[in-house]
Every structure is written in structure tokens, then in C-alpha cells.
Write a protein that binds this ligand. Structure first.
Ligand SMILES: C[S@@+](CC[C@H](N)C(=O)[O-])C[C@H]1O[C@@H](n2cnc3c(N)ncnc32)[C@H](O)[C@@H]1O
Length: 385
């Protein structure tokens, strides 16, 4: 994966570091607090430079991480790495971070499965901005060259709301949906649009990890499930209503450590950015009825296991917060395979090698807890794998 991203970084490197750092700071501010201005300034040269030369290197690995998790959970995603031709639709493709992430994942996934390259990827990118579309082509060609993948690129300068993806094996859309979710009426329209995508092919939507954008994605997930015709592959371990929506202060996102590229590290030093974790929220779905969810249970592992469909281990949880440390103990919210949210805890004096993952693992990790404690307390005898 890293070679692909480094190849794209080299292909795009043009802006002096200090100038790029200023552009990165401006765009970061807009991403977090000035999202209205973001849409208006979309095509500014400095923003495009920041996207091409900085944000691409941190956004591409997010796609690869999501796809690897989906391929481990769903045949529909695993097959993408196994066929010799894959057709991918990238909606709101920008400067190419998402397609680069796909190519990087594909090369790595095939190598891990012992499948020889070459293979062919047919990319259909839909992008309204012309300068971004130019950069898209350069990004994808550099990544494909480094990965040894053949690509055929079709870029359509259209509003993706007018495109009905057909004959595609995968739909990707990274940080473009939130620009549409700007009020109840738009939320309904967006849900209908995304529902059409979700029913036509495996789909991955990635959004910024901000509270507002993530909670909108969580609501969209529940609406899609209610509409039917598709199921959730990840991040959730269940098809029930999202339990994190109940409390306004909760939002389900990932925080993954990604080794920064040399250029990104240099810019981070200038802007004084320290957190190297990639933060993002995502939703992956596949068409059709998924595995049934476990019914809500009183919390006893044996009871859950008795009602779970085959193949869904009852003791799986997703760590949906960072560690919440307090005197003598660490707590974390976990979202369980039965769709229940639990605040689990581990006392400092009861930390052992077998349960230390509860403290160390990244937000978003999926772990098996054995045996599942009825009182949510992890003990020295509990294994967290
Ligand atoms: C924040 S950028 C993200 C780009 C890319 N997906 C990535 O992850 O790097 C959002 C992109 O979506 C494009 N976009 C937003 N709304 C769109 C629409 N309705 N149709 C086509 N493109 C759109 C914008 O032009 C912009 O390039």
C-alpha cells in the first residue's frame, strides 16, 4: 500500500512546503468549522494542492483499511480481490484518494491471498470539478503503475445525484455525502439516493469523523436498513438500530494509526499537528438480506449464542470509544454483536496480557471477549483477543 501512496505523492509534489502547510491549515479549518465555505471554495488552487499533496496520503489508507475489514466479513467484498476484472464507481472522486486507496488495497489483498497480478480495474469516476478530475487521472495512473494493475479510467463531469450506477462491482464515496446532508428535506433525498446505490452493488461511504457528519451517517445507516434491500457489512456487527444514536454525545468513528509519508510528516511538523491517527466514520453495505441480528439479550453470552445465526460469534464486540480512564480503572463503550451498547471496565490491578487489548486496541477494532461477563467487568480470567 505504501509504495502506491508514495508513488502518487512523488507524482504530485510541486508546492513548496511552507506554502503547502498554509493551504493545509486553511483547508483543515474549513473541514472542521467552515463547511459552508468549503463548497464555495472547492476549486481553489491552494485547496487542490492541499488535497493532492497532503490529504490524499492520509485519506487513501482509510479506504484500504475499510475494504480489508469488509473482505474479511463478506464474500461480496472478498470476491473483489479474486476476480481478474473489477468495475469500480467512485462518486465525488476529487483528486483520487479513494480510487488510489482501492488500488493499494487490491494489490495488497491479492498478494496476501497468493493471487498473481496483473489484473484490470475499470474505474468510473464522477466528479463535478474539472481541475480535481485532472489530478484524479494523474493520481490513479501513478498508483496503478506502482501496484502493477492495469486501469481503464472514465471520468464523468456530472452531478452524481444524476448518475445511476449500473454494471458496477463496487461503489465508493468518500467525504462527499455530508455536503448533501444539509436539512431534513435533503436528508430524505440523500437517503433515497444512497439506498439506490446500496441495492445495486457493494458500497462504501466514508465520512469525516466529526460529530455532526458521523451522526448523520449513523442516521442514514438506520434509514437504509429500514428501507431494506441491503445489509450492513461494517462497521456494525449487527443489523439492529444503531444504539449509539440514543445519546447525542456519542458518535461511532474509527481512529487508526497510519504511518505518515515523509511529505505529510514534514508538513505536520510545520503546522504542529501531532495526532498521527486517521479519523473517519464509514458505512459498508451489500445488496440483499444480510445475516439476521441476534435478538436483544439479557447480556449472557450463552443466551446470545443460542439465538445468533450460524457464523456470527456472540462474543464479538466493536470498541466504539477510546479508553475512558478514571481512578483505578479503564472504561470503554463496546457495541456488541447483539446490537447492545455496553460500558465495559477493567480495573488497573486486574490487567493481564490476555486482556490488555481492551486498553491498547484502537478505536474501531473488533475483538472477541471470552467469556462475555454478564456484569460488563473484565477480570484477569477474561480473554480479549
Ligand atoms: C471533500 S472532496 C473528496 C474527494 C474524494 N472523494 C476524496 O476522498 O479525496 C468532495 C468531492 O466531491 C465532489 N462533489 C461534491 N458533490 C458532488 C456532486 N453532487 N456530484 C459530483 N461531485 C461532487 C466535489 O467536487 C469534491 O471534489
Amino acid at each position: 500500500m505504501r509504495e502506491c501512496i508514495l508513488a502518487v505523492e512523488t507524482a504530485h509534489a510541486a508546492t513548496p512546503d511552507r506554502e503547502l502547510a498554509r493551504a493545509v491549515e486553511r483547508l483543515s479549518d474549513l473541514y472542521t468549522t467552515g463547511r459552508g465555505a468549503l463548497v464555495r471554495e472547492q476549486a481553489e488552487a491552494s485547496h487542490l494542492a492541499a488535497k493532492r499533496e497532503y490529504f490524499l496520503a492520509s485519506d487513501a489508507p482509510k479506504v484500504a483499511l475499510v475494504l480489508e475489514e469488509c473482505a474479511a466479513r463478506s464474500g461480496a467484498f472478498a470476491r473483489l480481490a479474486e476476480s481478474d476484472t473489477v468495475r469500480v464507481t467512485d462518486l465525488g472522486a476529487g483528486v483520487g484518494a479513494t480510487s488510489v486507496g482501492f488500488i493499494a488495497w487490491l494489490a495488497e489483498a491479492r498478494a496476501a491471498r497468493g493471487i498473481a497480478l496483473p489484473m484490470r480495474v475499470e474505474l468510473h469516476a464522477v466528479e463535478l470539478g474539472e481541475p480535481a478530475a485532472h489530478a484524479y487521472e494523474a493520481s490513479v495512473k501513478a498508483a496503478a503503475g506502482a501496484a502493477g494493475v492495469q486501469v481503464a479510467i472514465r471520468i464523468e463531469a456530472r452531478d452524481f445525484r444524476r448518475v445511476a450506477p449500473a454494471g458496477t462491482d463496487l461503489i465508493l464515496c468518500q467525504t462527499a455525502i455530508n455536503e448533501l446532508l444539509t436539512g431534513p428535506e435533503h436528508e430524505r433525498e440523500t437517503a433515497q439516493l444512497v439506498h439506490t446505490w446500496a441495492r445495486s452493488a457493494p458500497m462504501v461511504v466514508i465520512e469525516p469523523a466529526l460529530k455532526t457528519t458521523t451522526r448523520a451517517l449513523m442516521a442514514l445507516r438506520d434509514t437504509l436498513l429500514a428501507l431494506g434491500g441491503a445489509h450492513v457489512v461494517a462497521p456494525c456487527l449487527h443489523q439492529r438500530a444503531c444504539p449509539m444514536r440514543a445519546r447525542e454525545g456519542d458518535w461511532c468513528h474509527e481512529a487508526r494509526r497510519i504511518e505518515p509519508t515523509p511529505r505529510v510528516a514534514a508538513i505536520d511538523r510545520i503546522v504542529g499537528r501531532r495526532d498521527e491517527r486517521a479519523l473517519y466514520a464509514f458505512l459498508a453495505t451489500a445488496p440483499g438480506q444480510g445475516p439476521a441480528s441476534a435478538p436483544a439479550s439479557p447480556g449472557h453470552a450463552a443466551d446470545i449464542a443460542a439465538e445468533l445465526p450460524a457464523g456470527v460469534p456472540s462474543n464479538l464486540v466493536r470498541l466504539v470509544t477510546d479508553t475512558l480512564g478514571s481512578r483505578g480503572k479503564t472504561e470503554r463503550l463496546v457495541c456488541r454483536a447483539d446490537g447492545e451498547l455496553h460500558l465495559m471496565r477493567l480495573l488497573d490491578r486486574e490487567v493481564r496480557d490476555g486482556n490488555r487489548a481492551f486498553l491498547d486496541d484502537e478505536r474501531g477494532s473488533v475483538r472477541a471477549i471470552e467469556p462475555m461477563p454478564a456484569n460488563d467487568r473484565i477480570t484477569p480470567d477474561t480473554s480479549v483477543r
